[in-house]
Each structure stands twice: as C-alpha cells, then as structure tokens.
Design a protein around this ligand. Structure first.
Ligand code: NAD
Ligand code: MG
Length: 395
C-alpha cells in the first residue's frame, strides 16, 4: 500500500507535534508532504531535518528567506513558501492525500475550506473554523467528497461510538460531551480577578497550546465543542449535553433510543484520537500507555456550574438560538489574546464576549465573504470592549 501523504497545517503546535510523533512510529504508512508554521522556525527546521517534507510554509517573506537559507545550508531540498495563499495551495495540492487542520483560530478557516473543496481526507482539529463556517464547511466537504475525521478528543470519541453507518440509520438521541473543568474547577471565585496567564494555561490533564488552554479554563472550549459536535454529527444543539468529568478518562458518550449509552475511554493524550483518525478504519499503535482503571482513583461526573463558567452559558444561549457564532468566536479570540498579553483580566473574557454579542446580534452566515466580514466587525468591537475593561488585578 502506498504511504499516506500528509500535509500538517500548524505543524509546530501541540497537535502538529503529536501528529508527527505518530508519523515517526509508522514510517511505512505515512510520508510528510508539507509542514506549515507561523513563527516557530527553530522547531520547524528540526521537523524538516527529521521528516524531509517537500514543502514548508511560513508566515512571511522574511521568514521564508531565512528558512530557505538554513535548509540550503543543511543540504535539504525543500521548497519554502509563505502566507495565507500558500497555505491554501498546500491544502489542495494533488500531491497530498491527508490534511491535518491544526492551525489555531480563524487563520485556519481558508486552508481548511481549500482542503475540503479539494476532497481531501481532513484530520480536523481547528474547531474555530467550524464554529465560524459550520454550514459552509460541511456542505463544501460533502459536495467534494472530503472526509472530516475529528481529532478533538470528544468528537473523536463520539465518532467512535456513533460510526457513520449508525448515523445513516439514526437512533442516537443525545451526545454527551465530557469536560474536565480545567484548572479552576475548584478555585475560589473571589480570586478569579488575579488569575495569571500561566495559571490559566496549567491544565491539570492535557498539555495544549495557550489559546485552547485558556478556553479550557473559561470553558469556552466546551461551548465551541458543542457547536463543533452540532455540525459534525448533525445533532440539534438542544440534544448535546455537557457533563463535568475531572479525570478526563471518558472522552464523550452517545445515548441511543433504547437508552444504551456508549462511551470511549483512554488516557488523556491527543495521540489516541490522532492515531485513530490517521489510520481510520484501521487501528495502529499510538505510543500511549495502556489505560489502568484500577489506578484512576474513580471516575466522577457532575453537572456544569454555569455561574463559575459564564462562557459556557453564553455559548449555549448562542448555539441554542442559532445565532452569532462568528462574533462569538472572534470576540473570544481577541479577549483571550488580550488576557494572554496582560491587557485584560480573566473575568473580562466572558464580559468582552457578551458585550460583542449584544452589540452585534447577527444571524448565521453561509457564505465566506459574509463570514469574514462578520469576523472583522466582531474583532473591532471586541478590541473596543477590551479597552473599556480593567487588566488583571495583582494577587
Ligand atoms: P498551538 O498554539 O500549539 O499551535 C498552533 C499552530 O498554528 C502552530 O503551528 C502555529 O505556528 C500555527 N499558527 C498560529 N497562528 C497562525 C496563523 N495566523 N497562520 C498560520 N498558522 C498559524 O495550538 P494547538 O493546541 O495545537 O491547537 C491547534 C488547534 O487544534 C486549535 O484549533 C485547537 O482548538 C485544536 N485542538 C487542540 C487540542 C490540543 O490538545 N492541543 C485538542 C483539541 C483541539
Ligand atoms: Mg476537546
């Protein structure tokens, strides 16, 4: 069988690195066609040495020249290109079979759409793209015969418990997304004003990029995942539940009409869903340690506390009303970036998002120009809202 040729968009990130870890374990199955990175050139260069892609894409011309020189000096014949258009070209290139959509945020939307239009197998991690463009991305993929294989652990779990054949027959009545609750599940609420970026990024179970780590701490991540599940599995948002499960062993569940509930379990390591999606429908070694339930200390489940996590409440209102997902995502990206660089306190994140949603009560959009316009409007409104908010209080 010829090797699966892979383009990894966002190769230097957490998902990108986990994907390459699996690729390295199965050199006979996978070959790397392209790697892309925004700015971590050191890491990208090391990946080039190890995986010998045909193409790399970096953010801009200056970085591209530097990268080109380093690769030439190292004797590596790798083509270097740069910018958003190059990302789309790589995503639709006939020389690749599989595109790993692992760029963080709205920047991943166009390349993911390009991969969908070209009918690729897409390992889908970039949830912000789907939140922004649900109907458009799903329709584009369906028309072109592209397959979206979910890599987000919850959605991969649901995919495993609710396979495509079962989806055709119907019968699943609820999706149950589990949530760890992140680092602040039990932190006293009166100390939330002093939360630092490093505290927010210190997730107790998962090691991830900084943006999604903050989203996990606010639980905006779970909200975005409800929207993601709604589109991936064509399930009305009212039939998607969120359940707290601090151990992160049960990755999500599917309830059927007869009240059977199927769950997928595993250690919290993204290499499991990535290996599943890479090899699907086969199974391969992911490098993850076996699950030992006897040392897990028990599995617990509880309802989410919406007062502690107002972001989750906001998203549920948005998604259940079928409105404003583009503004929600854009405002959150701006607010999280402002929090990470010290311009906004932790509590300010839901406040900025709410202010933008109130100012821009928009419907869902199904064409790209309208989506991008709404994204720009919401970013501007969010920047203004950040200005009016206090930065973090000293502890
Ligand atoms: P990360 O910050 O670790 O990596 C992001 C990657 O995107 C990097 O390679 C970076 O260079 C690239 N990038 C950033 N901005 C870019 C831009 N403007 N243009 C082009 N490339 C850009 O993020 P991550 O944790 O790997 O997450 C990636 C995506 O996967 C996110 O959408 C996240 O929600 C999703 N996801 C991540 C995890 C996880 O465990 N890390 C789990 C589920 C879903
Ligand atoms: Mg997840």
């Amino acid at each position: 069988m010829p090797a699966q040729r892979i383009a990894i968009l966002g190769a230097t990130g957490s998902i990108g690195a986990s994907t390459l870890d699996i690729v390295a374990r199965h050199p006979e199955r996978f070959s790397v066609f392209a790697l892309t990175a925004h700015n971590n050139l050191e890491r990208l260069f090391a990946q080039c040495v190890a995986f010998r892609p045909e193409v790399v894409v970096v953010a801009d011309g200056q970085r591209a020249s530097r990268m080109q020189a380093r690769l030439r000096d190292a004797g590596l014949p790798i083509r270097v290109s740069h910018g958003p258009t190059a990302l789309c070209e790589v995503a639709r290139d006939a020389a690749c079979d599989t595109v790993v959509a692992a760029i963080v945020g709205a920047a991943g939307l166009k390349p993911t759409l390009a991969a969908a239009r070209a009918g690729k197998k897409i390992l889908f991690a970039n949830k912000e793209a789907l939140v922004m463009s649900g109907a458009l991305l799903m329709q584009t993929a369906a028309r072109a015969g592209a397959r979206l294989l979910p890599v987000d652990s919850e959605h991969n779990a649901i995919f495993q418990c609710y396979p495509e054949q079962a989806r055709l027959r119907g019968g699943a009545i609820r999706l149950i997304l589990t949530a760890s609750g992140g680092p602040f599940l039990n932190r006293p609420l009166e100390t939330f004003d002093t939360i630092t970026p490093d505290e927010a990024c210190a997730h107790p179970r998962w090691s991830m990029g900084r943006k999604i780590s903050v989203d996990s701490a606010t639980m905006m991540n779970k909200g975005l995942e409800v929207i993601e599940a709604h589109w991936l599995f064509a399930m009305p948002a009212e039939r998607i539940d969120v359940v707290m499960h601090p151990q992160s062993i049960v990755h999500s569940m599917v309830a059927y009409a007869d009240q059977s509930v199927l769950a997928q379990m595993g250690n919290p390591d993204m290499r499991i869903p990535i290996a599943h999606a890479l090899a699907y429908p086969e199974r391969i070694d992911s490098g993850v340690a076996p699950l030992d339930l006897t040392i897990s200390g028990g599995l617990t489940f509880m309802p989410p506390d919406l007062a502690r996590f107002p972001c989750l409440k906001l998203v549920l209102e948005v998604v259940r009303g079928g409105r404003g997902a583009v503004a929600l995502n854009a405002a959150n990206e701006v607010a999280v970036a402002a929090f990470l660089n010290g311009r906004l306190g932790f509590r300010g994140i839901p406040e900025v998002v709410e202010a933008v949603l109130e100012r821009l009560p928009e419907p869902e959009f199904s064409d790209l120009d309208h989506i991008l316009e709404a994204d720009r409007r919401a970013r501007k409104a969010a920047e203004e809202a950040v200005e009016g908010h206090p930065p973090r209080r000293a502890a």
